[in-house]
Design a protein around this ligand. Sequence first.
Ligand code: NAP
Ligand code: G4F
Length: 322
Amino acid sequence: MKTALITGITGQDGSYLSEFLAKKDYKVIGMVRRNSSVENRGRIDNLPADVRGKIVLEYGDLQDMQSMVRLLKQYAPDEVYNLASQSHVKISFEQPVLTAQVTAIGALNLLEAIRISDVNCKFYQASSSEMFGKAEESPQNEQTKFHPRSPYAISKVFAHMAAINYRESYGMFNACGILFNHESPRRGENFVTRKISIQANRIKRGEAKELLLGNLDAKRDWGFAGDYVEAMWMMLNHEKADEFVIATGQSHSVGEFCEIAFSHLGLNYKDYVKSDPKYMRPADVNTLVGDASKAKKELGWEPKVSFEQLVKLMVDADRAKN
Ligand code: NAP
Ligand code: G4F
């Protein structure tokens, strides 16, 4: 039985990856931060009992290297997935230093913890399409130049390059997945897709009158999180540590997401969606679209859920919760 250590296990991707690995008979060690309440563990605690039974939660923090050295020595994992970060782009403008401490230096802390613990493990870094930012070419692939547009994206570039540098310097098996946006019913409520799927249902039930958003013209390459965690595992089980873009190859605007979500509930989004400066960013990324040819060819990875299916499954999941 293999052992995987996951940082960020309580997040969207952490829950899907845990589920995926548990079904492959891994023992999963999830690093969790101390909180005043354990309510943020819902995504893990609600997994089926046979899956939950293979997950052990342990305290640790990306900002606390000692806690990670302890876990690495205790469990000697075969695979380490670094999914933890301050992952909200708009909030990174409000907390730039914290974002860098967690998302950039936190990743370096973990790489150092692996190096000094001398544990023989493979390492996955959750890199982001936000690193392309104001992209110079479209679609973006592994060779596209980075032009980060936020403290979050700058931090991700640092962590990405640190993972590559530790591979080159110390021979570590460090793979970086440059993942484009991926969503699900487990997406955090303040990311745009989930904000739309929740509020469209509230409007349908008569509990709200409008949905306030920021930039409706921004375009993203949106896929399903369940498909994307499989790519993480494929990267660590590939013959060589490398970088891979993971994307659907199609881009849609925030407005299009609203259109499908509202019409799925029999509503016209134009009657309810309004733009509010409060949700605008000092610098936004207007359009991102990824070219995942390398992952398709070398890993055999393919996205399975289409954009329209994704929007509808998120709206349906939030409808069923009430
Ligand atoms: P998420 O839902 O925001 O989850 C982030 C996780 O990081 C949570 O478990 C959070 O714990 C944990 N965390 C935050 N600060 C920490 C710290 N100091 N020490 C330890 N854990 C900490 O993010 P996600 O959507 O699952 O994304 C997973 C990773 O992929 C992130 O690194 C994100 O930046 C990256 N990424 C995401 C996407 C996407 O579209 N989803 C695309 C590209 C890259 P709490 O529950 O305690 O807050
Ligand atoms: O849903 P978002 O907040 O996601 P964003 O900024 O693309 O970042 C997500 O995907 C990245 C991968 O490219 C990850 F690395 C990152 O961790 C995160 O998971 O915003 C998407 C777009 C933006 O252009 C934003 O300006 O939607 C626009 N938007 C318009 N109104 C809004 C809103 N975003 C949010 N969160 N809230 C709004 O009201």
